[in-house]
Design a protein. Structure first.
Length: 553
């Protein structure tokens, strides 16, 4: 057994782990070890934004988790991809930058995450960001995470924005600024033509420091304790066991699936579950692995009557030209994720902030590339934002090499079905607007015949997919909450020298994609860990529709 000692040991080089590795090592005073089971992210498939579906389908880069059979989806098992590479899921995601709605963080505060209200987190969003359009009251200009808008060269993006306005919805200048609600441009995490993963923008510059060590192909097997204090991590490289001791703290940033797994393997979690696997109990925390949440979505697809979609770029010759141009010049279609416009709307009156999200794509194809486009078409990815269904992550065995069981319990709450039906009907109305008259062909899916609640429900059961936003499985809250796992300083409740920092500690899921709030969360956690003064709160105003109680739009 090989042993080494550091001030901090971080498990997981995903979005949060990369941020922490950078921030905790930046002053040179503390030694930091970052453990990651995956390997290098130096692949054209990862770095070229338009190739986003390729690494997601490669076992080299993806853990390939699958859910247990989901009763609400007719027993289907859904793919739950998680990054297994430097950068974690920020190296295989769709590069969409959405912070969430201001009211999400007000809700966090009410759920026991004291100090995580919008006024508290906005300064950390700004600190993280380097927005291509410059900074303002809401946006950062000098951070590390590159964000930019798409070029909107395809006319279908303009049609989408116009159709939203024609349907009676607002158009917003900035979904990540004052007003999330409405139709508008989407930000992507792209800088200088490359994917702005957490590995590229945080970790790689930090790796030049002598006080940061990064160990790849390292499988963390358990956290080591002396009494109630975490003092290190045992991990495997191949079949050889290593121990990394931590003078200050162990920080688990393994993500919403792997963080609860590692805690449980280490004896921290529900006593009955651990006993069933023969794992000695170190500290009982019944909330470890519970409260699991996700976003579901489906693709509303329409045939296009004009040959202007990205389908024309899918021939081997065209794709080769796009790739070669990207390699040589870092420009052209290869630099975009093509989710350049989208929207956030409310499903019905009485909803205070948007509960439906859109990503618009000028092509009809599956997001993960599992099915190829067969004709010219366009689509909206659409799904509810704040499902009331709750799931779990549980051990399959005490073997750290075995994947845990994942169960989201999708669509188990009746309100989730109400929102899904609204997604179908409201999207159909948007595509029926005059702006799409020059382009609209037949409805590919759900299909014009899918009209009644029963027909819509059956379509949803068969076709809805994960939006790949697992979260909340080690929720943050007050120490008095028996289901809370970490306190508002990200410390594991009841233990010393141990924190969890990643999307698993969100008390509840945010309105939109999760990479941006995860990076913000790690930026703020870094100040808690170093006991530094927090950034001053910012009381910037945020939009709430005046008629939200009585109108849907």
């Amino acid at each position: 057994m090989k042993e080494a000692t550091f001030d901090y040991v971080i498990v997981g080089a995903g979005s949060a782990g990369c941020v922490l590795a950078d921030r905790l090592s930046e002053d040179g005073a503390d030694s930091v070890l970052l453990l990651e089971f995956g390997g290098s992210d130096r692949s054209v498939y990862i770095q070229m934004p338009s190739a986003l579906s390729i690494p997601m389908n490669m076992p080299k880069y993806n853990w390939f988790f699958y859910t247990e059979p989901e009763p609400g989806l007719g027993g289907r098992r859904l793919h739950t991809p998680r990054g297994k590479v430097l950068g974690g899921s920020s190296s295989i995601n769709g590069l969409v930058y959405v912070r969430g709605n201001a009211l999400d963080f007000e809700r966090w505060q009410s759920e026991g995450a004291e100090g995580w209200a919008y006024r508290d987190v906005l300064p950390y969003f700004k600190r993280a960001e380097r927005h291509d359009g410059g900074g303002d009251r809401y946006r950062g200009a000098d951070g590390k995470l590159d964000t930019r808008y798409g070029l909107l060269t395809n006319p279908l993006h303009r049609a989408w924005l116009t159709a939203g306005r024609q349907a009676g919805y607002p158009v917003t200048d900035d979904m990540n600024g004052f007003q999330q609600e409405g139709f508008g441009r989407m930000d992507m995490t792209v800088g200088r033509g490359r994917r702005a993963s957490a590995a590229n923008v945080y970790l790689r510059p930090a790796m030049r420091r002598s006080n940061l060590a990064v160990q790849t192909h390292a499988l963390a097997t358990r956290i080591l304790f002396e009494g109630r204090r975490a003092v290190g991590v045992a991990y495997l490289r191949g079949n050889e066991e290593h121990v990394a001791r931590a003078r200050r703290e162990v920080i688990v940033s393994a993500g919403p699936i792997q963080s609860p797994k590692l805690l449980k393997l280490s004896g921290v979690g529900p006593a009955q579950e651990l006993s069933g696997h023969g794992i000695p109990l170190v500290h009982e925390l019944p909330g470890v692995g519970e409260n699991l949440q996700d976003h579901l979505e489906f693709y509303f697809q329409v045939a296009c009557t004009q040959p202007i979609t990205l389908y024309s770029q899918l021939s081997p010759w065209r794709k080769a030209l796009i790739g070669m141009r990207w390699i040589l010049r870092k420009d052209g279609l290869g630099t975009s994720n093509h989710f350049e416009t989208g929207g956030f709307i409310r499903s019905r009156p009485g909803i205070r902030h948007p509960d439906i999200q859109y990503h618009f794509l000028p092509m009809a194809v599956s997001y993960d590339g599992s099915s190829l486009a067969k004709e010219h078409g366009f689509q909206a990815h659409v799904g509810p934002m704040r499902s009331k269904s709750r799931g779990w992550v549980r051990l399959a065995s005490a073997d750290p090499r075995e994947k845990p069981k994942v169960f989201f319990n999708y669509l188990s709450h009746p309100e989730d079905w109400i929102e899904m039906r609204a997604c179908v009907r409201l999207t159909r109305e948007i595509f029926a607007q005059h702006a799409f008259d020059p382009y609209r062909g037949r409805e590919i899916q759900p299909g014009e015949q899918v009209r009644s609640d029963e027909q819509i429900d059956e379509f949803i059961r068969q076709h809805v997919e994960s939006a790949y936003h697992p979260s909340c499985s080690c929720r943050m809250g007050a120490a008095s909450n028996p289901m809370a796992v970490v306190d508002p300083h990200t410390r594991v409740i009841g233990l010393e020298g141990l924190r969890v920092v990643d999307s698993s500690i969100m008390p509840s899921i945010t309105t939109g994609n999760l990479n941006a709030p995860t990076i913000m969360l790690a930026e703020k956690a870094a100040d808690h860990i170093r006991a530094r003064p927090l950034l001053p709160p910012d009381d910037a105003p945020h939009y709430v529709a005046e008629n939200w109680q009585s109108a849907q739009r």
